[in-house]
Write a protein of this length. Structure first.
Length: 824
């Protein structure tokens, strides 16, 4: 296919006719069908193949340029990459979206229908995984040498069905029928040892060595997903490892009739990359999870070292060439693994190996929740990774005897407190401590969170090494979260501020001067309405609920967790419902509350909250007395693809976590970018959004972090709020009746109990009044559409800071120190 270079940019442009020819060619040569017989699935695959002609070419050029320059690269190790769909995004980034859409139209196909064939690549739980996806997009866009490393899960995050109001989990089989975006690279397969024992041997030189005799080996097969930078100069790689049984076949077992046994070996090996763990805050010490972590770290390190060795004969340059970013503590075992390789396999002495590790690894913390801070039982480590445990012990011994002793001489209590090994009935390895002790930088993900990381989470470590702690505020890619998901607004910005904004999001600031302009406001609000109509259609299709696009759309979409306080929104909805029932003339504009959320399968209260939302929705939506003034929608199977419809349609972005608990949030940024106003607490990145948009363009409510701490310290008693606020008492008591669950009283009572007898750990009741009061202000503001339009425009135009390209430049500047490499 002849591609012509567009003048203004480096985008490889393709005409509609060229694209048409390519699709038709691939229908035949790639899909084995033709225009007359192809189904949508084949059309989609042929379309991807046409795009891939451009993508693969850039991929090859990028890897050539990186090899030629032998440049320093970042290796982003993450157990999760929540990619979503790739087709539309890749078409935009290679600059052929328009050509593809028109070509498909000429061929009688709608680009949306064709792209709807693509399953989401849901290899992540939530914010952390989606952040990794935005970051690799930005790294490629900015032409930085980078590889993302993760696991090629056969099943991503479960598909959520709602039956009778309850969440049911179904397996997600995203690649059952093949995935045109991935390339298998058998030439880079790695072997991973597990279990076994460690032997101490003495060489002829009298030196002691450790030999790990593994009890099992499994194989890691790499699958490469091209990561297309905007305007497609650079195409980096996301390398995901699939586990397979190691390459031997036990003929004796087979011949002796033990075929089943050899199959079990195979299925045990394949289990490692079979499924993503669906918990989004903690993962209780499961052996398979530890093996997953080690498996992908071991494969990735071998891969990094193999590449390094092409140009280097010793390890003296290793930390100059490679920086390894640990996305939370999940890949921490890479630290003892690199030590093991350097000492046991490469023959380095401890001090040299340690120096390399401390100059290579950096760690991002994403949470302060104590239950989310990973700890692994020592006995499990000993069983699965015996040599690694020895190395961790030695790291710890040196840390306590050298560093802690020097700073706090003779202070055994401090040693116990800071030890990487937690003593107790079950001795545990504190993974976050291992990270902080080793890594040259530890960062939080929003300004406020990074302060709390220093002050509350690791205060003594901060005292030891203040220079190691930095902040990098999260960001989101404007390519997916505006350009691709909100074409109408993207076009309006193209006309207003020019076409550089997908890279330089600050340029949107140029639109703020039109915030008062009646015509601009009209156009802006017309786009919002169009997106609301699209969403309303989707809601009707998926939930059978009719909502008016003229109502205010309040959207709360994120994983379900008590600290995120979906139940606070539910209590508010109940309060509104009561007010409307008590006074049919209650002064309020029509409102729709839209939820989207998955609960961890074992998180009982989270699932109860989903059930309660659905039961309340059934009642509210079908109550003629309230004349459609209030609607409640729970959209099933919230995922990236649904998010792309929800962010552009939101009027109010609910970001209502207890202050001090949401490390950053990134949905808050996507909403603001698409012109929604935040109703939120002073938590995570909300604080910085407020700084950018101005206090008058955001609705803040509730206690701030210091107030939360003070109330907890003083002894919080939720009953005081229950008895102190009759409306709150009434809605909580309502949950115990059978009003929402006819014939089954008490079905929703667990929520009330968690908030009263359960002590309300996230202070829902304490913030209730402030929330409902502030909501009245939101409602009043929304009914002044001119004022609202102005505020919405200012929000959208002011959040350039939250471009993930800016986050990446901060990482480069503060941590990674990379140079750009321009492929030919
Ligand atoms: C999230 N963490 C934070 N963890 O909660 C959110 O505030 C932040 O914006 C985001 O990271 C990106 O920094 C998060 O999503 C997980 O999903 C883990 C999955 C595996 C188990 C432990 C939690």
């Amino acid at each position: 296919m002849a591609a012509k270079k567009a003048k203004a940019t480096n985008t490889v442009a393709l005409s509609k006719d060229q694209f048409k020819d390519a699709i038709v060619k691939h229908l035949r040569s790639t899909c084995g069908t033709d225009e007359a017989r192809a189904n949508n699935q084949a059309w989609w695959k042929a379309t991807c193949a046409a795009v891939n002609e451009l993508v693969f070419d850039r991929l090859t050029e990028t890897s050539k340029a990186n090899a030629d320059k032998d440049s320093r690269a970042v290796h982003y190790l993450s157990l999760e990459f929540l990619m979503g769909r790739l087709t539309v995004n890749n078409m935009h980034n290679v600059g052929v979206f328009g050509a593809a859409r028109d070509a498909l139209a000429d061929l009688g196909k709608d680009v949306n229908d064709i792209c709807d064939e693509e399953p989401d690549m849901a290899l992540g739980n939530g914010g952390l995984g989606r952040l990794a996806a935005c970051f690799i997009d930005s790294l490629a866009t900015l032409n930085y040498p980078a590889v993302g490393y993760g696991i090629h899960y056969e099943h991503g995050l479960f598909r959520q069905e709602i039956q009778g109001g309850r969440q049911i989990e179904r397996p997600d089989s995203w690649r059952e029928y093949g995935n045109p975006w991935e390339i298998c690279r058998p030439e880079s397969i790695q072997e991973v040892p597990l279990y076994g024992y460690v032997e101490t041997v003495f060489g002829e030189d009298g030196k002691m060595r450790k030999v790990w005799h593994a009890g099992r080996q499994i194989k890691g097969v790499p699958w490469d997903i091209p990561v297309v930078g905007y305007e497609a100069k650079t195409v980096n790689v996301l390398r995901l490892w699939e586990s397979k049984a190691a390459d031997f076949f036990d003929w004796d077992v087979f011949n002796a009739g033990g075929y089943i046994d050899s199959q079990s070996e195979k299925s045990q090996a394949e289990a490692v990359s079979k499924v993503l763990y669906p918990n989004d805050e903690s993962e209780a010490g499961k052996e398979l999870r530890l093996i997953q972590q080690y498996f992908f770290c071991a494969c990735s390190l071998k891969d990094i070292i193999r590449r390094y060795k092409r140009n280097h004969s010793d390890f003296s340059q290793f930390s100059k060439q490679a920086v390894i970013q640990l996305n939370d503590t999940h890949p921490t075992v890479a630290i003892p693994e690199l030590m093991r390789i350097l000492i046991d396999e490469e023959g380095l002495v401890w001090d040299d190996a340690w120096k390399i590790c401390t100059e290579t690894f950096a760690y991002t913390n994403h949470t302060l929740l104590p239950e989310a801070l990973e700890k692994w039982a020592v006995y499990l480590f000993e069983k699965v990774l015996p040599r690694h445990l020895e190395i961790i012990y030695e790291i710890n011994r040196r840390f306590l005897e050298d560093e802690v002793e020097a700073k706090w001489p003779g202070n055994d209590e401090m040693k116990r407190h800071l030890s990487i090994i937690e003593e107790g009935e079950t001795r545990m390895v504190r993974m976050a401590y291992l990270c902080v002790v080793t890594c040259f930088k530890t960062n939080g993900v929003a300004a406020m969170h990074s302060e709390l990381v220093k002050e509350d989470l690791f205060p003594e470590f901060y005292e030891l090494w203040p220079e190691r702690f930095v902040n990098v505020t999260n960001g989101v890619t404007p390519r997916r979260w505006l350009l691709a998901c909100n074409e109408q607004l993207a076009n309006m910005y193209n006309e207003t501020v020019g076409t550089d904004w997908p890279r330089k999001l600050d340029e949107l600031k140029g639109a703020a001067k039109f915030a008062d302009d009646a015509k601009f406001q009209k156009n802006f609000m017309a786009i919002k309405r169009e997106k609301k109509v699209e969403l309303a259609d989707k809601i009707e299709e998926l939930c059978g609920i009719k909502v008016s696009p003229d109502a205010m759309f309040n959207v709360l979409i994120k994983r379900l967790h008590e600290y995120k306080r979906q139940h606070l929104a539910l209590l508010h909805i109940l309060a509104l419902y009561r007010r409307l029932l008590e006074n049919p003339d209650y002064d309020m504009g029509p409102q729709v509350f839209i939820f989207g959320s998955k609960a961890a399968p074992g998180y009982k209260l989270a699932k109860d909250i989903i059930y309660a939302i659905n039961k309340v929705a059934d009642k509210v939506n079908n109550d003629p007395r309230i004349k459609d003034k209030l609607k409640v929608v729970f959209m099933p199977n919230y995922r990236v693809t649904l998010a792309e419809k929800l962010f552009p349609a939101g009027d109010v972005s609910l970001q209502i976590s207890t202050a001090g608990y949401e490390a950053s949030g990134t949905g808050n940024m996507k909403f603001a970018l698409n012109g929604a106003l935040t109703l939120g607490t002073m938590d995570g990145a909300n604080v910085e959004i407020r700084e950018e948009v101005g206090d008058e363009n955001i609705f803040i409510f509730g206690m701030d972090c210091d107030e939360v701490k003070a109330l907890k310290a003083a002894g919080y008693n939720p009953w005081d709020y229950y008895y102190g606020n009759p409306e709150l008492k009434a809605v909580l008591d309502w949950l115990e009746t059978d009003f929402f669950t006819p014939g089954a009283p008490g079905e929703l009572a667990s929520i009330k109990h968690s908030l009263l007898e359960g002590g309300d750990p996230y202070l829902v009741l304490a913030d209730f009044e402030s929330f409902t009061t502030q909501y009245t202000a939101v409602d009043v503001a929304y009914r002044d559409q001119k004022k609202w339009a102005k505020m919405a425009i200012i929000n959208s135009a002011s959040v350039g800071k939250f471009n993930s390209d800016r986050s990446i430049e901060d990482y480069v500047d503060r941590i990674w120190k990379l140079e750009k490499v321009m492929p030919n």
